[in-house]
Design a protein around this ligand. Structure first.
Ligand SMILES: CC(C)(COP(=O)(O)OP(=O)(O)OC[C@H]1O[C@@H](n2cnc3c(N)ncnc32)[C@H](O)[C@@H]1OP(=O)(O)O)[C@@H](O)C(=O)NCCC(=O)NCCS
Length: 222
């Protein structure tokens, strides 16, 4: 029997029926970018960005990263992540091109917490687009999905990613020793967080959210 977990004013409620929580499919619009589901058209740009040396340095992706890996990420992993309630994957669209990906993972619906991960296509870096994407997604998670805490975990040597987290208003909490791994071995991770009370810091300009029809099944509001 699957379980519904919902957050009510009275607290956490479990109902034995229906379906597990899952993130509501959505397109999230910011001033410059749009976060939207990945499609088959994204496979080639995903393969290109995930073959990049910097991406390969900080993410333990298949090496070489081939078309089958891109297809799996866009067409199997992404939908499964949302359907299982673990997370949700968005493509970051900028000027009609896929500028990167940003996702939620390791979501804990009872604790109302989740974690953000991301990569940017090399051509899209250095424009503050990922900072905007993190702000947009954080606001959506807290204001639209009812979660209370979002984490970002960054290798201690990944300065660009630390700048993204800090620029998006996240607070550095401490270091998790040997908590991550990259191709070169295990790494210490800095844990950053953004919590409900921090929400003033998610200001990302105009934000518009539109849900995908029929994708709300099973998600329980805050
Ligand atoms: C992390 C990443 C998404 C950042 O991309 P981005 O949004 O284009 O970020 P930028 O290139 O604009 O850099 C962000 C900030 O870091 C700074 N920065 C970039 N590279 C840097 C470096 N090597 N050393 C120090 N600072 C650096 C930039 O100057 C910028 O500073 P600002 O906030 O003052 O403007 C991108 O580098 C990437 O895709 N890396 C590979 C995957 C990855 O590391 N993912 C995150 C895993 S936790």
């Amino acid at each position: 029997m699957r379980t519904i977990i919902s957050h009510t004013r009275a607290g956490l409620r479990h109902d034995s029926a229906m379906t597990d929580p899952a993130f509501l499919g959505a397109t999230i619009r910011g001033d410059r970018i749009r976060l939207r589901p990945l499609t088959a058209a994204d496979v080639a740009p995903v393969v290109e960005a995930c073959s990049d040396e910097v991406t390969q340095t900080w993410l333990p992706l298949p090496r070489p990263y081939v078309e089958a890996d891109g297809r799996w990420f866009c067409l199997e992993f992404a939908p499964r992540s949302r359907e299982t309630g673990q997370g949700i994957v968005f493509g970051i669209e900028f000027e009609g091109r896929l500028a990167g990906a940003i996702d939620l993972k390791r979501s804990d619906w009872r604790a109302r917490s989740t974690e953000i991960g991301y990569w940017a296509a090399p051509w899209a870096r250095g424009r503050g687009l990922m900072r905007e994407a993190v702000r947009l997604l954080t606001r959506w998670v807290i204001e639209e999905q009812g979660l209370a805490r979002v984490e970002i975990r960054v290798a201690t040597a990944n300065v660009a990613s630390q700048r993204v987290a800090e620029g998006a208003g996240y607070t550095r909490e401490g270091i998790l020793r040997s908590a991550g791994f990259v191709h070169d071995g295990r790494v210490d991770l800095i844990v950053y967080s953004f919590i409900e009370g921090d929400r003033g810091g998610t200001s990302a300009g105009g934000v518009a959210v539109s849900g995908s029809s029929g994708e709300a099944a099973g998600r329980q509001g805050a």
